[in-house]
Design a protein around this ligand. Structure first.
Ligand code: AMP
Length: 278
């Protein structure tokens, strides 16, 4: 049976009767197979699994983006039950940010490029809420998706710098059969946009293919992705990137490991995806 708690106090009480280690899966709900994979891994590796469901207003720059973020708590709770989650923490905004709340985690260089440049303040919002959740749950391990590669780097950096002992574990991206990375935002795609959206993965795979054939020029790999994206007229490219895997700075040449990533709009829906190299 999954225990659902909505307050900090109830969460602490529920955790007090559970055994360690504790695995945490932070989410914004509208759960899909990508989230489920994180839950499965958390269950395999921990005595207690906690899922948090919280649409964090502080990581949305655009109020309309926040307003239209999909929500279906009943379905989310059913999924958590099926996956054998022990505790779901589904707090209100006031419970996470009580009156008088006055602290923000301000991320540095790792949060500047890519998603950070496209969405100012986004990663400070992410880091702040994750620091609170790590503090509340005191998990031994937290499971996060490689799909949000820069978010993984931000959370790791934040936990290291703030001496939070929770180990951050990145799990592979779960995809639809046609390659589209699962995302809560996919629900906003029209049928035509949905049909076009796998071009993100095709672009990444084309660049990976070039890299496997010894292409090491950052410009050439970025151009390869742009060329594939250009085959879909409805794809409005926000960025394509071939960056250092650790710093996320753009690369002229790919020496060893690297991260290919991209962000593309279809109408009003913005999708991201990435592919690690090396
Ligand atoms: P979200 O609810 O979108 O904030 O995502 C919650 C967690 O699930 C984050 O760590 C995401 O990176 C992860 N996640 C989202 N989509 C996927 C996916 N397709 N495959 C693996 N993990 C994912």
């Amino acid at each position: 049976m999954t225990t659902v708690v909505r307050t900090r106090a109830a969460l602490r009480a529920a955790l007090d009767s559970r055994t360690r280690p504790v695995g945490l899966v932070p989410t914004m709900g509208w759960l899909h197979a990508g989230h489920r994979a994180l839950m499965v891994r958390a269950r395999e590796e921990n005595a207690t699994t906690v899922v948090t469901i919280f649409v964090n207003p502080r990581q949305f720059g655009d109020p309309s983006d926040l307003a239209r973020y999909p929500r279906n708590e009943a379905n989310d709770l059913a999924i958590c039950e099926t996956e054998g989650v022990d505790i779901v923490f589904a707090p209100s905004v006031d419970e996470v940010y009580p009156p008088g709340f006055d602290t923000v985690v301000s991320m540095g260089a790792i949060a500047r490029p890519l998603e950070g440049a496209a969405r100012p303040g986004h990663f400070d919002g992410v880091a702040t809420v994750v620091a609170i959740l790590f503090g509340l749950v005191r998990a031994d391990r937290a499971y996060v998706g490689q799909k949000d590669a820069q978010q993984v780097a931000v959370i790791r950096r934040m936990a290291l710098d703030l001496a939070i002992p929770t180990k951050v574990i990145a799990c592979p991206t779960v995809r639809e059969p046609d390659g589209l990375a699962m995302s809560s935002r996919n629900v906003h795609l029209s049928p035509d946009e949905r049909a076009a959206a796998p071009v993100l993965h095709r672009a990444l795979l084309a660049a990976r293919d070039s890299w496997e054939q010894e292409e090491r020029s950052g410009d050439a790999l970025r151009a390869r992705m742009r060329a594939v994206l250009a085959t879909e007229p409805s794809a409005d490219v926000d960025y394509v990137s071939c960056a250092d895997a650790a710093t996320l700075a753009e690369l002229d040449r790919v020496p060893g490991r690297a991260l290919l990533s991209l962000a593309v709009r279809f109408g009003s829906t913005r999708l991201i995806d990435n592919e690690p190299l090396g």
